[in-house]
Design a binder for this molecule. Structure first.
Ligand code: COA
Length: 326
């Protein structure tokens, strides 16, 4: 059976670096607290002129170049973002136009930090049915625009960036073995940006109104993140008759080093097989997994035939995993 295969990746990180020491000047925090509790040392901040589609276009151009394809080859564009350019049209429409991908249908995916894996899952189905031959999946975020820069519990955690992957069919053993996605809306109040919608109204965010910003129950989110991600990772392995010893590289959502270490321990994956770059970028939400995947490939951490497990978790709550034979 035809498998969906990632044939090229790309990423883009804004130039501006904000360190933990920079944050010490904004809120009552310290580099030591942020490093010990999260593992994050610095994050990137997009330029005021940049929107999420601008970051996504740069990552997508790199992914197309890596895959040796032209924008006109794309038939579908899926953009995962929690920080869209605007309410509508979709950020994907801007990415499509910016790339010059006139042959592609384009749509956004709203699954916050799990958005890239949701996108991969949709792409996988379209490839398997033969409906589309070439699909672009992008995760792009400007989290810095929806942070309350006076709330030390959230503003230290997130960063901006974009990652992209090109998916095509594969006739051989390589490709996505399976993708597993979940949502449980009963946890919606764990992690949300409630403003700018039909629930709380549009355009009412006066200066000082924080309703558009991220609100999070940090401790509660931590616990369910570990449980849900390790459970879905196990499901991905079991459904393919594989075990954690078979994993060559584990690429988890880059939210918090302690969350990652707890999942790796539960799964029995040794630290040398766990990819982490959150010290450089913080939590870039939907961009986190594709940026990490792109970096892992550029650092030659993935070889042909390797088994790669990606797993993510985010607002919704949403969570998911994908097992990929490279
Ligand atoms: N700097 C200094 N102190 C801080 C701080 C900061 N940036 N943020 C919180 N604190 C303080 C708290 O106010 C609290 O003080 P108190 O005991 O006087 O009330 C103390 O540190 C401990 O806070 P707590 O929330 O218990 O810390 P924690 O060890 O649980 O770490 C998080 C907090 C947010 C880092 C952690 O809960 C977490 O990572 N949760 C998951 C969040 C996440 O990844 N969300 C995205 C998922 S996609």
């Amino acid at each position: 059976m035809l498998r969906a295969k990632i044939i090229g990746t790309g990423s883009y990180l804004p130039k501006k670096v904000m360190t933990n020491h920079d944050l010490e000047k904004l809120v009552d925090t310290s580099d030591e607290w942020i490093m010990t509790r999260t593992g994050i040392r610095e994050r990137r901040i997009a330029d005021k002129k940049e929107a999420s589609s601008d970051l996504g276009i740069k990552a997508a151009r790199e992914a197309l170049a890596n895959a040796g394809l032209k924008a006109s080859d794309l038939e579908l564009i899926l953009v995962a973002t929690a920080t869209p350019d605007m309410i509508f049209p979709s950020t994907a429409a801007y990415v499509q136009h910016g790339l010059g991908a006139g042959n592609a249908a384009a749509m956004d995916i709203s699954a916050v930090c799990t958005g890239f894996i949701f996108g991969l899952s949709i792409a996988e189905q379209y490839i398997k049915t033969g409906r589309y031959k070439t699909i672009l999946v992008v995760g792009t975020e400007i989290m810095s625009r929806i942070l309350d820069w006076t709330d030390r519990k959230t503003c230290v955690l997130f960063g901006d960036g974009a990652g992209a992957a090109i998916i095509q069919g594969s006739e051989d053993e390589s490709g996505i073995l399976s993708t597993h996605i979940y949502t449980d809306g009963s946890y919606a109040d764990f992690l949300l940006a409630p403003g700018s919608g039909t629930r709380h109204g549009y355009g009412s965010a006066a200066q000082g109104d924080k309703s558009n910003c991220i609100h999070m129950k940090g401790n509660e989110t931590f616990k369910v993140a570990v449980n849900f991600m390790s459970k879905v990772a196990r499901e991905a392995l079991e459904s393919n008759g594989l075990a954690s010893e078979d994993i060559d590289l584990f690429i988890p959502h880059q939210a918090n080093q302690r969350i990652i270490e707890a999942i790796a321990k539960k799964l029995g994956v040794p630290s040398e097989k766990v990819f982490m770059n959150l010290h450089k970028y913080g939590n870039t939400s939907a961009a986190s997994v594709p940026i990490a995947l792109d970096e892992a490939l550029r650092e030659n951490r993935i070889k042909r035939g390797d088994l790669v497990l990606i797993v993510a978790f985010g607002g919704g709550l949403t969570w998911g995993a994908s097992l990929i034979r490279w």
